[in-house]
Structure formats: C-alpha cells, structure tokens
Design a protein around this ligand. Sequence first.
Ligand SMILES: Nc1ncnc2c1ncn2[C@@H]1O[C@H](COP(=O)(O)OP(=O)(O)OP(=O)(O)O)[C@@H](O)[C@H]1O
Length: 666
Amino acid sequence: MPRDGSYRAFSMGRDLIYKHTNLNLIGQNQVLQSFQVISDQNMSLVPYKEGSVILDDPTSRSLVIVYPSNGSLEFFEKVFDTESDEVESSWNQAAKASIASFVCPECGTEVNPSVEEITEVKDASVGSSNKVLKVLKEPRSSRRLRSKGILSRKYFKLLESSHRHYSLEQNERPVLAPQHQFFLPDNLFIPGYFHKFFKTLSLLGNGARGSVYKVVHKIGDIELGIFAVKKIPIGNDMAWFQKCIREVKALSSLTNRSANLITYNHVWLEMNTACGLVRTLDGRQLDAVEDIPCIFILQEYCSGGNLEDFIFKDVFHKLQDLQSPKERKKKFLYRRKHPNEALGLSTEQIVSIIKDLATGLQELHDIGLIHRDLKPSNCLLLEENIEERPIAEYFPTIIIGDLGECQMDGESRTATGATGTLEFTAPEVIIPGTSQHRPTNYNEYTFASDLYSLGMISYFIVFGELPFESQLEIGQLKDNILGFILNRSSLIRKHEEMHLKSIDTRIFDLMLLLLSKTATERPSAGEVIQFLEKLTDKPVQVELISTPSSNELELLKDDTNFSPQNEAITADYVSLTDEKTQETSAEQRPALLTQYKTILCIGINMILTITILSFSGASITAHFSLILLGISFKTNLKSQRWILLALCAILMINLRGQATKSITFT
Ligand SMILES: Nc1ncnc2c1ncn2[C@@H]1O[C@H](COP(=O)(O)OP(=O)(O)OP(=O)(O)O)[C@@H](O)[C@H]1O
C-alpha cells in the first residue's frame, strides 16, 4: 500500500464509490446509514448541501461529498502538508483551518470557491517529482473575506436546510414526561449539534439575553473557521422565545453581506445548559444542571472586541482594575514606548468610526429596520490590533452587532415590551416615570432615535465618558437625559480642559446635530456619511479652528441634503464660530503661526524702542507708543500688523520733526 496519504484516501474513495453505487439502487436512506457505519469507525459525516453529506477522513486529510439524490460523489484532498509547507504565509495558515483548503486532486476544484486566487508553488518536500501544490493566495478583498470566515453563506444556508433531517434521523430526542414537555415541537431541535461541530474557545461576553462564546466550527478534526455563537436560554417561555427570535428574524433579513453589520451564519435550537440558571423546569433546585431549550445564533467573530472596551481601556486607559495582569503589562510597555501620546482619538479615527456606524445604520434603515439599542458595547471591532501599532495608527472596521432589539419602522414598541440602554436612548422615546407609574402615551422609536444614539456614541468616543453623572438612579438618569444641554463652546472647552488630541471642531457640530432634542433636526444616516466625506475631503487647517471658518460654514450650508430644520443649528453654529477666536488655546495653533507672531512682536518692540530713544523729551507720541506696546501683547495677529504700521508712522513723524528741529536750530 502506498505511503502517500492522498493515494490512500483516493483508494478509500474508490471503495466508497463501490459502496455508493451498490446502495444507490436500494435507496438514499441506506446510503446515509451505510456511511454512518463508516463514520462511526474513523470518519465524520456532516450534511453539506441539500441532500448531500460530507464525509471526512482525518487520517488521510480528505473529504468526500456525497450527493445521494443523483448518485454522484466528489473527492477532495487537503492541499497543505503540515510538515513541509515552508511557503505558507499567515494567510495560508488561516486558510489551512478552512474547508476551502480542500481541492479536488483530479480537477483542482475547491470545496468553497469563494476564495478565488490560487497560486501554484513547487512542493520542496517532494524534490524532483515536481509535484505542484495549490496554495490559496490572499484575494484583493481579503480583509473582509478573511475576517468574515471563509465558509460561504451558501454553506450555512444549505447546512440549515439539511442538517435537521440528518440529526433527527440519527438522534431522536428522548420522550419527556408531560410536565417536562416544551411548547416548541421536538422536530425543531438539533440534539448534540453544538457539541459535535463546535469547540468553545472562550467566553466573549454576557448580555441581557445570553452569553456569547468564541468557537471553532469543525468537522471531525478539521477546523472550518472561528465564529461567535450567542446562546440564549429560552426555557418554556413562549413570549420570551418570540422576543429572542426577533434577532434571528432581523439578522436573516439582511440578505446582502454588509460591510458594517454583523454577518449571521446559522441558527438552531438545542437543549443545553442555561447560563447561570440552575433551576429545574418545575422550579426545584438540583445538583446536576438540567438542559433547557436554547437558541444558538452563529455569527461572524469580531476579534477586536467591542467599542466600549476599546475606548475605555485602550484609548483612555480606564478600567485598569478589570484588566488581567497580562493586559496591564502590555499597557505598561505600550506607554513606555509611546510616553508622549496624548489621550483621545484623532479626527481621522473619529471620522472613520462614525462613518462605519452610519454606514451600518444606513443599510439597516434602508431595509426598514430600526436598531433601537445602538451603544458602544454593541459596536464590534472587526480586526484586532495584532501588530500592537500605536493607537493613533489603528483604524479598525466597526460593525454593528446585537440586533436583538430591532423593530420594523412603524411597528409599535408595545409589541416588544423592551427598551434599549437608557444613556443612549433619544429623549423623545424615554418614558418618564417608573415601571409602576407609566404614562399611556409615548413616542415610538424611529430612525431618528437611532441617529441620537449615534450622536451619544460620538460623544463617548471623543471624551471617553458620557455627559451624565455615573451611578444615577433610573429616575434621575431619565431627568438628566431629558434636561441636559450641550453647546459648541462648552464642548470645545471641555475638550481643551481634558488635554485631548486636538480634533477638527466640525465633529462637535455633527455631534450637536445628532444629539438635537428635536428628532426632525437630526440628520439621516446618509447625511452623516455625506457630512463626514466632505469633512475629510476638505481637511481643516488647525489654524482654522481658531478663526471663523468660512469653509466650515460652506460645508454645512452648501449641503442641500440637509433638512431645513438644520439651518437653525447652522445659525447657532455661525454665531458660535465668532466665540471661537477667544476659546481656542495657543496649543492648537500651528508652530509656524506662533513663530510669525513672535517675530512681529519683536519687530513692534524694536521700532517702539527706536521711537522712544529718538524723543528729545516726554511727548504725547511717547505716551501713545507705550499704550500701543501694551496693546500689542494682548491682540491677535491682524491687530498687531496695524500696530506695527502705526508705530512706523509715529517713528517717521518723529524723525521728520527731529530733522526739522535741527535745521531750524542750525
Ligand atoms: N460577533 C461577536 N464577535 C466578538 N465578540 C462579540 C460578538 N458578539 C458579541 N460579542 C461580545 O459579547 C458581548 C455580549 O454581547 P451581547 O450582544 O449578548 O450583549 P450586550 O450587547 O453587551 O448586552 P445587551 O444584551 O444588554 O445589549 C459584547 O459586548 C461583545 O463584547
């Protein structure tokens, strides 16, 4: 028998063809049963496409896809050799863990053709035989593709439609006593699916509904990719189930893969342990934790964590107590390496984050969905800062996640009975009072209420905190949200007082528009994107921050897409820009400007000294010159230029007077 794995696998494949051909005459079920026998010995059997199954043989690193419906069979072998592939790039290593790394030895077809570019390299390990290995190469659009997981959407779609059939055939649920029966029909459950096809790597976080885990999806010992799975215990509560399934409905209505919305892959129901819930169905407490119905939602994994942690921990160095010793050490080394880095994000980073979120919101709003719970912990960073670049160089893609509170535009909020997170909730949708004393009339969530949340996120990413006191009791917090007032000058002052990285002040204008108390004054997601595009198109010189900027006004005024109501804000903005001259510190002015001012000041004082020295005695001009000297220290650049001219004129007059005097004297 040849020692080469692929040959062995191929001969095994022939063996299967033989079995398959025979059994095809008998029927599809028997094909499955027959493969199951093989699977029990040394292979895994997984449903793959409609009516088809994948048969995985880990020893030979090969896959066989069986299509019982038409009697065909495809054979794939893994192209990577763990011992000898020195040519592997990190991308290839990632691909190695994917089903896409299986290529048919006959024709070169990949199991998953979503990775398009393939390059051929000589396999050094086979020496003169010149065997060609097909190595996956990173495609142009790889950034998103890679982090989205390499498995195609089709894989999960087909998996969903076929695995139930398979699982139910193989694993019948035990018949439960009537008091332990659930309102959900038995045939909706996929017993043992999570345990069989996923390995939990870590807990990513706990939310109000359930827990999110980082998992690896595997078939046998072949890893298909890293995912995040949200497990929501639903027990026997029909109303709760209805509410939880909303997330699935919202996720599945996102038919196009979106750049800034979480990608949902797959959902199923399974009996599993509830997170933190250790009661039996009849309320008794047992030593052993009983399994209850849970919804599993498999979604793309965002390796950068959430925006709340990023801003608190990485940008503002807060929450030190919650950091592991490893994280603290990393931070310490980072700060030692970048000791002079000011706190806060740069204009470009803030713009990039707001733009990503606005793009996600726009896509959601375009299909009529209101997010309702947009907050930093629901905004995920797609990529980790792997190379540990300085924070100033880290531009992660931001994804909107957790669509659990989503509702259709026009739908009544009473249908969901839930509210988003208070601090990020628009004032008009906050119901005053307590849960016992609720008014009967209240406003519905709208697209504009999502935009308010975006405004509050903008505030949070700029300042690393919210405009409310922390630890407030709910009633007080509601009052604070309804009553807080922001204005441009106070925002700029706060920013200066915190000594944050200087930013383009137009960000404050956008923040004020989004946080407007009047919902109709808020821009739409599309308008926010336009605003930010214009902002980055016409970068503001730092100098312009300290002087009234016609550019900035144009930017707001020229935008025909801005609603007329926004003009009021623009007018406020116009009056406020006049205050800016006094407000902005010298720190924000460019070094060149400061140098120019110093030279001008020296010039004024030199001329002044000459003028005074040229006086034969105290005169009105000497007094006047001294007054001008005092003024020159206080004034801005433009006035200093005038003072210089005035002093020159005084000097000329004085010199002329001196000359006339000496002529008369002689
Ligand atoms: N797809 C994902 N990739 C990586 N981490 C995730 C993913 N989804 C969620 N998380 C992490 O798990 C945490 C919990 O998520 P979840 O959506 O359940 O709750 P939450 O938004 O924090 O709270 P709530 O349910 O109250 O809104 C998130 O804050 C995030 O850090």
